[in-house]
Design a protein around this ligand. Structure first.
Ligand code: NAP
Length: 291
């Protein structure tokens, strides 16, 4: 959808850009012309993404850092400005998560997740936002959240509470900073396979299948799909959107089992039963969806 070169001459800083959704967003923004800064703790992941971007003809910088540390955050912003001279887009994507009943969650575990997700998002937004405001430059912030920010989610009290804070931060900064030409939005992906969240939250096949059965779209999302929507929200096509939380979850947060018949098997519309579907059920076009 976005024209080639949409982000030409611009710089995107992505926390957690070495893996999963962050990596996919880094590659997509670079494909669309952005110079990209990827920032997280592990140099080996960051270095791999930088090499991928450079191999495709783009420019990228890896900055090893911890978003929980305000000095690291300031150093990252300085490194981006020293190398590329500007920052146009900030994607707060870094997160930590693990499933644990609230009563068994340690104080360290709580602080780690809230520190990365909520504090890290604020530290990064504050550092980059102050730069934009002081230099008079316009910019965009995109925060990656999750739909349990508003439903809550058993087993992830730390992450749900932190993401809810990030949603409030998104809306607050959107209003405060609109006058400076700064847009602040959030994107809430549903279940996306091939990511760190997948490894942490649905590591076993049984959990994976159960989850899949709850997604109305009948499949997991892909990192590339998330990256394309992220690029849209950062692009001029979304120039009048701010303070929005866009849900991209195949209907998962809307499809509640109590309120609807089972999602599988798929039923033919009345009168459409053919000879191959004696009981009125048929697989969806393209074959069974694994639900
Ligand atoms: P992921 O691959 O594990 O990505 C998380 C990233 O955060 C890693 O690259 C990690 O890099 C970085 N990170 C962790 N702690 C950090 C710290 N203290 N400082 C700096 N960076 C840190 O997981 P993902 O699934 O792609 O998740 C990306 C985002 O999408 C997260 O915000 C997550 O909550 C959200 N999300 C994902 C899904 C999904 O289905 N995948 C669904 C909803 C929301 P280092 O280890 O190098 O630090």
């Amino acid at each position: 959808m976005l024209p080639e070169g949409t982000f030409a001459g611009q710089v995107a800083l992505i926390t957690g850009g070495g893996t999963g959704l962050g990596r996919a967003m880094a590659l997509e923004l670079a494909r669309l012309g952005a110079r990209v800064v990827v920032a997280s703790r592990k140099q080996e992941n960051l270095g791999r993404v930088v090499r991928e971007i450079e191999a495709a003809g783009g420019e990228a910088l890896a900055v090893p850092m911890d978003v929980r540390n305000p000095e690291d955050v300031d150093r990252t912003v300085r490194a981006a400005l020293e190398r590329f001279g500007r920052i146009d887009h900030l994607v707060n994507n870094a997160a930590g998560n693990f499933v644990v009943p609230a009563e068994e969650l340690s104080i360290n575990g709580w602080n780690a997740v809230v520190g990365i997700v909520l504090n890290g998002t604020f530290y990064m937004s504050r550092a980059v936002g102050r730069h934009w405001i002081h230099t008079g430059q316009r910019g965009n912030i995109l925060n990656i959240v999750a739909t349990y920010a508003w439903t809550g989610g058993p087993g992830v009290v730390h992450s749900a509470a932190a993401k809810a804070g990030v949603v409030a931060l998104t809306r607050t900064l959107a209003v405060e900073w609109a006058r400076y030409g700064i847009r602040v939005n959030a994107l809430a992906p549903g279940v996306v396979d091939g990511t760190g969240a997948a490894a942490q939250l649905w590591p076993e096949e049984a959990t994976r299948q159960r989850l899949l059965g709850e997604v109305p779209a009948g499949r997991f999302g892909t990192p590339e799909e998330v990256a394309r929507v992220a690029a849209f929200l950062l692009s001029p096509y979304a120039g009048y959107i701010t303070g929005e939380v866009l849900v991209q979850d195949g209907g998962l947060s809307l499809g509640k089992p109590l309120l609807q018949p089972p999602l599988s098997p798929f039923r033919s519309p009345p009168g459409a039963e053919g000879p191959g579907s004696p009981n009125g059920t048929r697989p969806p076009a393209g074959g069974p969806r694994g639900v």
